[in-house]
Design a binder for this molecule. Structure first.
Ligand SMILES: C[S@@+](CC[C@H](N)C(=O)[O-])C[C@H]1O[C@@H](n2cnc3c(N)ncnc32)[C@H](O)[C@@H]1O
Length: 298
C-alpha cells in the first residue's frame, strides 16, 4: 500500500525534525518505495513533487487525509510556474522555515523553486562550521543566499553573487530573518565568471568559496557554461582568488556527470589540493544525484 510506505518514510525521518529543523525531505521517491513521488516539508506546509503530470489518486487521498497545507508541482527543469495548491489551507504569504537553527524565507508563489534546496543540508552545516569571524566567504550562483546566511551566522563576512536582483533581495531577507544586518555584507549582481576574473585582477582573496552552478547557463554575451565540460575552468578561476588556506565547496546536481569525472574536473582546477567528497543527507534515500567535493586548504 502506497499510503503505508508514505507513512513509514515520514516516521523514519521524525528524529531529524526538532526545534532547530522543520524543513526537510520527507519522502524520496524510489528510495522510499514510492517511485516518482517526493515530499518536502517547510514548517508543516508540504510540497509534493512528481515526475508524472499528475498525482496518483491514492497518494493524493492520503495527503488530503493528513490535513497539512500541501502544494504540488511537476518536476521539470523548464517549468517556471509556481506549485498548485491541492490540500489543506492555502499559503499565500511567504513564511519562515528552519533548518539546523537557521531561518529561511519560503515562498510557494515565487515560481518553480521555493527558496531553499533542501538537499544541501549537510553542506550548509559544513559551511557554517568552516566559517568564523574574520573570514571572507564568497557564495557564487547564490540563489537566495542560504549558504551566505550560514557563513554570516558563524561570524564571517560574506559576498553573495547572483545574476538575479530578485534573489539577491531574497538573500537580504534571509539575513534579516536571522537578525543579521545585510549592510555588514556584500551582495553582487552579475555573472560569476566575470566577477571571479575581476576579483582575481584586483588581487581579492577569499577564505571560502561556494560553487553550485546550474547545469547549463549562458552569460550576457551568449557564452555558454556546461557543467560536464567547463567545471574545471570554473574551479581554476576560483582558485585564482582563494586565500592560501582557503576552501572551495564544489557541487553539481548534473545527473549525467559521473562522480569520478566530477572529482577529476575539480582536481584539474586545483592541482595538489586535498579533496573530500560528501554524500547526500541520509533522508535522500533515492538517486544520489547531488555531487559535492570539498577542496581543502593545505
Ligand atoms: C542551482 S541555483 C543555486 C542554488 C544555491 N547554491 C543554493 O544552494 O541555494 C542557481 C543560481 O545561479 C544563478 N545563476 C545562473 N547563472 C549564473 C551566472 N552565470 N552567474 C551568477 N549567477 C548565476 C541563478 O540565478 C540561480 O539563482
Amino acid at each position: 500500500m502506497l499510503s503505508h510506505k508514505l507513512h513509514t518514510a515520514i516516521g523514519r525521518r521524525s528524529d531529524l525534525l526538532d526545534g532547530d529543523t522543520n524543513a526537510l525531505r520527507l519522502v524520496d521517491g524510489a528510495g522510499d518505495g514510492v517511485p516518482g513521488v517526493f515530499i518536502d516539508t517547510f514548517a508543516d506546509r508540504w510540497l509534493v513533487s512528481t515526475r508524472s503530470n499528475g498525482l496518483n489518486p491514492e497518494v493524493r487521498q492520503w495527503i488530503e487525509s493528513q490535513g497539512n497545507t500541501c502544494y504540488w508541482k511537476r518536476l521539470d527543469q523548464h517549468e517556471k510556474e509556481s506549485p498548485t495548491h491541492i490540500a489543506g489551507p492555502a499559503q499565500e504569504e511567504s513564511f519562515i522555515a528552519r533548518e539546523s537553527g537557521v531561518n529561511y524565507r519560503i515562498d510557494f508563489q515565487a515560481g518553480y523553486s521555493q527558496g531553499i534546496f533542501l538537499d544541501q543540508r549537510l553542506n550548509r552545516q559544513r559551511v557554517h562550521k568552516f566559517s568564523s569571524p574574520g573570514k571572507t566567504i564568497l557564495n557564487t550562483f547564490a540563489y537566495t543566499g542560504a549558504f551566505s546566511a550560514c557563513a554570516a551566522l558563524a561570524g564571517a563576512t560574506t559576498t553573495t553573487l547572483d545574476l538575479s536582483q530578485v534573489y539577491l533581495d531574497w538573500a537580504r531577507d534571509n539575513f534579516r530573518a536571522n537578525d543579521l544586518d545585510p549592510a555588514d555584507h556584500y551582495f553582487c549582481k552579475g555573472d560569476t565568471f566575470h566577477w571571479l576574473k575581476r576579483f582575481s585582477r584586483q588581487g581579492r582573496k577569499f577564505d571560502g568559496v561556494i560553487l553550485d552552478p546550474p547545469t547549463f547557463s549562458r552569460d550576457d554575451k551568449g557564452k555558454v557554461f556546461r557543467v560536464e565540460k567547463d567545471y574545471a575552468h570554473l574551479v581554476a578561476l576560483t582558485h585564482a582568488c582563494l586565500a592560501p588556506d582557503g576552501w572551495i565547496l564544489c557541487c553539481t546536481n548534473c545527473r549525467k556527470l559521473d562522480p569520478r569525472d566530477f572529482a577529476r574536473a575539480v582536481r584539474q582546477g586545483t592541482p595538489g589540493k586535498k579533496l573530500t567528497t560528501l554524500d547526500m543527507p541520509e533522508e535522500y534515500t533515492g538517486e544520489p544525484y547531488l555531487k559535492s567535493v570539498w577542496v581543502h586548504g593545505q
